[in-house]
Design a protein around this ligand. Structure first.
Ligand code: ADP
Ligand code: ZN
Length: 807
């Protein structure tokens, strides 16, 4: 008998596997999904290991196989174990990251007949048992649900168990089929012969629209998608309906294959001739790929230096070696513009994984990836878990991006660190690309853990073109000069000039809404979220106060809820308020706002972007969304309305975050031949992050920042772990945090560990979230996962290894 170690889908299982015996009739492999008995339940599990001996004396048997083909590759099995051990997450949570979308769905029980045991007297069965058995034998196999339709649900269940007990029938289980609704698209065609249609069109002089649609249709040889006909003729649905009513045209629904990428407008793009800097970066990656051993490259190149072209050629090289690749981009950058660049180079060989795809689309894409249908899988954070076979290359674009870390639920993994682990398990090459590398990654490159590749110059609009000039404006001086508006004199003038020249402007402000909060002028009362205790933000379009943590929202009170006076005042500025101000100040300019309030729909990002690209707006106002990867040649001015939002966060990464954001925003200007200019407004003009960003000087920023990190013993010179306890009772929360601190202190002392520091407990930066209070402990030291792993922490604690921010 052999045994399997199974990761079971139960909250009780936590970080361990369970041993099951493999019955002789089942063929079990590592990575396979199986049914196992667990207590009195039947649960899903994934086989992580096979062994000749069980871990425990008493084992139960695996019930059955969910799918014969393993769902996880051997490398993914090891990766799941690593994620669970390193990030201290339940093992099945880690496994689940790699399962096909919709895996945890309803199961169906099937009943099949088996030959009766020797000497069994069938006439001993009662009438209902006989009826059920006949039904099952007739069909060969029947689901419990189908049987229930004839016998009644309860009855069917009890009769089936009787038949199973008597050895006359057996149960088996299957996952419910994913219902991928076919995608139907309306097509329009003529309902009459072409000659007749042409005659009718000539008679329709009173309805010219109908006539032109009819003529259009008679020029087609096949039915046309209605969307295409509408686009080409500019006719409305009413026009088409009128033709249908006259019996001249007809609609029909046609099933189309779901293709997340539409190749209709994509022109294949040949590789470009690399500049010398690109070439030496590419050659280094190429030899890494040929070596077939895990190796990491840090590609440091200013925005517009041609990093993407290097990725594309490295991907082509990977394909030449008969290997495949995964490309990670920040969720926000997963726009058609980005996807197009990859799809144009590798037509029909690119899969896209998008959180906005429907479950059916995700499921289809997953299956096709596993079948090896794509050379490149492109997606955000979770695409690192795509079942891409023969992995040779992993590219992570904009590597310091915070969205690569899953912060809100377990496993709290960082896609970069998972990628590095996966690469070491599969011998793949990793390329981390950025204009502003993560301080820790750059440190690793300096130490020689990664190989540093640099593209110091822009290739657009021409090779070696300069980065835009940046002007820092001290807003304190503006106040002294009596200017209380949102715009410094310099920014005001520059906006006026750019719009007069028919150029485009981007205004960046890292805060949504209209006012950051509202306050009563009489008593000072500030409206706060009842559940999260943060100030509510005023949203102009909805005319409501909104909590940016939990979306709780209320009407703006006319009078102060505390003192009853009607003296409510709006303080601070958000994107909505900025839009209003810009509207007053530059009434001729056409405005467009881009923040998460206006991009709730599936295609909103693209709509806004194409509108701006087509120059149907002059000024784009937005939060950090506008900072990412836009390549807009008509933009000659970028204004940072306030650079200070991140500096003041109680977080050791505040400086880094500010530098990254400002550098990214600044990179949006001057991408066309007209050049460009950036104006940064701040109350802290001498801050090192702002100064370095203004001078496009990553090296200067790095030197200063790494020095602070060393002095304060922050990463990369230590590791951090954030422990957050949450509860509806604040006092209880504090007591538990204090108790745990004493407990951890004792552990550190009794194990004689040097170099683990405990910070806190303190209320978390977001003290209250969705009605629960949060207290936090920070551990600073080394090998924190191994230290914390065996320690019992009561439920309610969330552990975040390598937290991004201390929130
Ligand atoms: P990055 O990813 O570093 O921001 P991109 O790869 O987007 O830079 O390159 C910016 C622009 O330069 C793109 O329009 C790209 O097509 C163009 N480009 C990149 N490399 C070359 C090259 N070797 N020759 C000509 N144009 C190039
Ligand atoms: Zn709230």
């Amino acid at each position: 008998m052999s045994y399997a170690e199974v990761s079971v889908n139960s909250p009780i299982a936590q970080r361990r596997t369970f041993s099951y015996a493999i019955p002789p009739h089942l063929e079990i492999n590592v990575g396979q999904a199986v049914w196992v008995p667990f207590g009195d339940k039947r649960l899903q599990g994934i086989v992580l290991e096979l062994s000749p001996h069980p871990e425990v004396e008493e084992t139960r048997e695996i019930i059955g196989v969910i799918e014969p083909r393993p769902l996880l590759s051997p490398q993914q099995v090891l990766l799941a174990r690593w994620i669970s051990e390193y990030y201290l997450s339940p093992l099945f949570d880690a496994v689940a990251l790699m399962l096909p979308p919709g895996f945890e769905r309803r199961t169906i029980t099937f009943i099949s007949p088996i030959p009766p045991p020797d000497g069994f007297d069938l006439s001993s069965l009662n009438a209902e048992q006989k009826q059920a058995l006949e039904l099952i034998r007739e069909k060969g196999r029947l689901s419990l649900g189908q049987l229930g339709k004839t016998l009644g649900r309860k009855k069917a269940q009890s009769i089936v168990s009787q038949l199973v007990n008597k050895g006359l029938a057996a149960k088996s289980y299957e996952l419910e089929k994913i219902r991928v609704k076919p995608k139907m698209v309306p097509y329009l065609s003529l309902a009459v012969a072409k000659t007749e249609a042409e005659k009718e069109a000539a008679n329709l002089s009173k309805a010219p629209k109908q006539a032109s649609l009819l003529e259009y249709l008679s020029r087609q040889n096949e039915p046309v998608p209605w969307a295409e006909a509408r686009e080409n003729t500019k006719c409305s649905k009413a026009t088409a309906d009128a033709l249908v009513k006259k019996g001249l045209a007809r609609f029909q629904e046609v099933e189309v294959r779901r293709e997340p990428i539409s190749y209709k407008d994509i022109v294949p793009s040949p590789p470009l001739t690399l500049t010398s800097a690109q070439k030496s970066a590419f050659e280094a990656i190429k030899s890494g790929l040929a070596g077939g051993k895990a190796q990491t490259f840090l590609l440091h190149g200013v925005t517009g230096s041609g990093k993407t072209e290097v990725y594309l050629q490295a991907l082509a090289e990977t394909v030449k070696l008969s290997k495949k690749a995964i490309v990670l981009v920040p969720e926000i950058a997963l726009t058609p513009q980005t996807i197009e660049r990859f799809a144009a180079r590798f037509p029909h060989r690119v899969a896209v994984l998008h959180s906005k795809l429907s479950l059916g689309e995700q499921f289809d894409e997953w299956q096709r990836i596993r079948n090896g249908d794509f050379d490149v899988v492109i997606g955000s954070r979770s695409a690192i878990f795509a079942p891409q076979p023969k992995l040779g290359l992993i590219v992570i674009d904009e590597e310091p991006e915070w969205t690569y870390k899953q912060q809100d639920k377990s496993p709290r993994y960082h896609a970069r660190d998972v990628a590095l682990k996966l690469a070491s398990l599969s011998g793949a090459t990793v390329v981390l690309g950025s204009a502003t590398p993560d301080i820790e990654s750059f440190y690793h490159a300096q130490k020689g853990d990664y190989r540093l590749l640099q593209l110091p110059e822009r290739v657009t609009p021409y090779d070696g073109s300069a980065l835009p000039k940046v002007e820092i404006v001290d807003m304190r001086e503006e106040l002294k000069a009596g200017n209380q508006s949102l715009f410094s004199r310099s920014l005001f003038q520059a906006i006026g000039q750019a719009t007069a020249n028919k150029e485009q402007v981007i205004l960046f402000l890292n805060r949504r809404g209209a006012a950051s909060f509202i306050q009563c002028r009489s008593c000072g009362f500030v409206m706060r979220c009842r559940r999260c205790d943060v100030p509510l933000s005023y949203h102009l379009t909805e005319d409501r106060l909104v909590c940016h943590q939990c979306n709780y929202n209320i009407k703006v009170p006319e009078s102060c809820p505390r003192c009853g006076r009607r003296r409510i005042k709006f303080l601070g500025v958000g994107t909505q308020r900025l839009e209003q101000e810009v509207g007053y100040t530059f009434p001729q300019a056409r405005l467009l706002r881009w923040d998460s309030d206006v991009t709730k729909g599936r295609y909103a990002h693209d709509e806004i972007l194409s509108k701006f690209r087509a120059h149907r707006a002059d000024i784009l106002i937005g939060t950090q969304m506008v900072a990412k990867g836009l390549d807009l040649p008509l933009v000659t001015l970028v204004g940072v309305v306030s650079a200070d939002t991140a500096i003041n966060l109680p977080d050791f990464r505040g400086g880094e975050r500010t530098f990254q954001l400002l550098s990214q925003v600044a990179g949006r200007a001057g991408r066309g031949v007209r050049g460009g200019k950036v104006i940064i407004q701040t109350y802290a003009p001498e801050h090192y992050a702002i100064r370095a960003a203004a001078e496009h000087d990553y090296a200067a920023f790095y030197e200063q920042e790494i020095d602070y990190r060393r002095q304060l013993h922050n990463p990369p010179f230590s590791q951090l772990a954030g422990l957050t306890y949450s509860h509806t009772n604040d006092a209880l929360c504090q007591r538990e945090a204090e108790r745990t601190k004493r407990f951890l202190d004792q552990e550190i002392a009794s194990q004689g560990i040097a170099g683990i520091e405990l910070i806190g407990p303190a209320p978390a930066f977001i003290h209250r979230l969705r009605g629960r209070f949060r207290w936090q402990l920070i551990l600073r030291g080394a090998e924190l996962s191994s230290f914390l792993s065996p320690l019992p922490l009561p439920p309610g604690w969330a552990v975040d290894i390598d937290p991004m921010g201390l929130v």
